[in-house]
Design a binder for this molecule. Structure first.
Ligand SMILES: [Fe+2]
Ligand SMILES: [Fe+2]
Length: 370
């Protein structure tokens, strides 16, 4: 899961200069422990309320999805095979190495965040449908996080996942916010992984790490998790009606703009992939918007003139906040406050772009199509 919050508090976790030596495991865990508006968070919720969900209205689709997840098509996928090329960590350009490690730590934390939330729901639940679903999703996320940690281990680093579970701060979201945020995070995760995978299919020379080869099957897991949340929302129609549409718009805006700002913090990484982060952002937003029409009655107008201008404003605001924090003192505080005001201004500016309205289909079910 990604933090579904507005990016007014940027802090590039490892932004300490490109000639720094790579992190050790302790530092990597400290990076994963960080809770800013741009870093992945751990969530907790009202598990009893979630346990009361009744999936009867979507029973047919539900059973089909669970059967597909139980068949576990990716059971053997998250293992290193001969396809796993040797990574020349020592020969890697330091700036790229730093951003790649940052990317892996952040992805590992995000995957593990899903695992922790789903496992807790499974542990506390009594509703057999809910318990079964969350156990299947926790299984997948544990594999995803573990696989990334394996990749990090080759660079001599491991995020201490047990320590994170015990010690990282948990943010409380009421169940409906968990649905919006988690649904979006799963679907945007799918769109991100598949966009990179397709791009590297066309430009294999840009594939500087073997983990990208694993993204295709991987993203199908995320797609399936998103399907489950779509069905959960569909089982209670008021979640996607009335004033809740404003919440949906808020989460869409927050998740998209957070991704934009965060990706721009890794310029060297994206350049090595041959990916322009502006193009990548719009491409991922387009796919995610298309998918979310399955259950959300609105999508954001990402072609509106205020959209890109707003995202750029949020990015520059986040740089000011980070810079101000680093500078400290009165000047630093002033810069930070100015950055936060700028972030609020641009967030409101993108949030108030009129949304596009849609007719939501009777059945939500989709298959990965990109
Ligand atoms: Fe995952
Ligand atoms: Fe997932």
């Amino acid at each position: 899961m990604n933090a579904p919050t507005a990016p007014d508090d940027a802090k590039n976790a490892t932004d300490t200069g490109s000639s720094e030596p790579a992190l050790n495991s302790e530092q990597a865990t400290a990076v994963a422990m960080q809770d800013t508006l741009l870093t992945p968070r751990f969530y907790t919720t009202d598990f009893e309320e979630m346990d009361r969900i009744d999936v009867t209205p979507v029973r047919k689709d539900w059973d089909a999805l669970i059967a597909q997840m139980e068949s576990d098509p990716n059971k053997n996928h998250f293992r290193k095979t001969d396809d796993w090329d040797v990574v020349d960590w020592d020969g890697m350009e330091p700036a790229l190495k730093k951003e790649l490690i940052d990317f892996l730590i952040s992805s590992c934390t995000a995957e593990f965040s899903g695992c922790v939330l789903y496992k807790e729901m499974k542990r506390r639940g009594t509703n057999p449908d809910i318990v079964q679903l969350f156990q299947l999703m926790a299984r997948d996320e544990a594999r995803h996080a573990g696989f990334i940690n394996d990749a990090l281990r080759e660079a001599g680093i491991a995020v201490n996942l047990g320590f994170l579970t015990q010690s990282k701060k948990y943010t409380y979201f009421r169940p409906k916010f968990i649905y919006y945020a988690t649904y979006l995070s799963e679907k945007i995760g799918y769109s991100r992984y598949i966009t990179i995978f397709r791009h590297l299919e066309e430009h294999p020379e840009k594939r500087f790490h073997p983990i990208f080869k694993w993204f295709e099957e991987w993203c199908n897991d995320e797609f399936g998790h998103g399907e489950a949340f779509a069905l959960l929302m569909k089982s209670d129609p008021k979640l996607t009606r009335g004033h809740n549409v404003l919440w949906i718009k808020f989460f869409l805006t927050a998740v998209f703009s957070t991704m934009y700002v965060r990706d721009h913090q890794r310029p060297v990484f994206h350049e090595a992939l041959g990916v322009d982060p502006d193009w990548y952002g719009q491409e991922v937003f387009k796919k995610t918007s298309e998918i979310t029409k399955q259950v959300f009655p609105i999508t954001l107008d990402i072609d509106h003139p205020r959209w890109m201008k707003g995202l750029k404003g949020l990015r520059s605001a986040s740089l000011k906040v980070a810079n101000g924090k680093q500078r400290g003192g009165i000047g630093g505080t002033a810069e930070r406050v100015a950055g936060m005001a700028q972030a609020a201004f641009y967030f409101v500016s993108v949030y108030t772009i009129p949304a596009k309205k849609h007719q939501v289909p009777e059945s939500t079910r989709l298959q990965p199509a990109y």
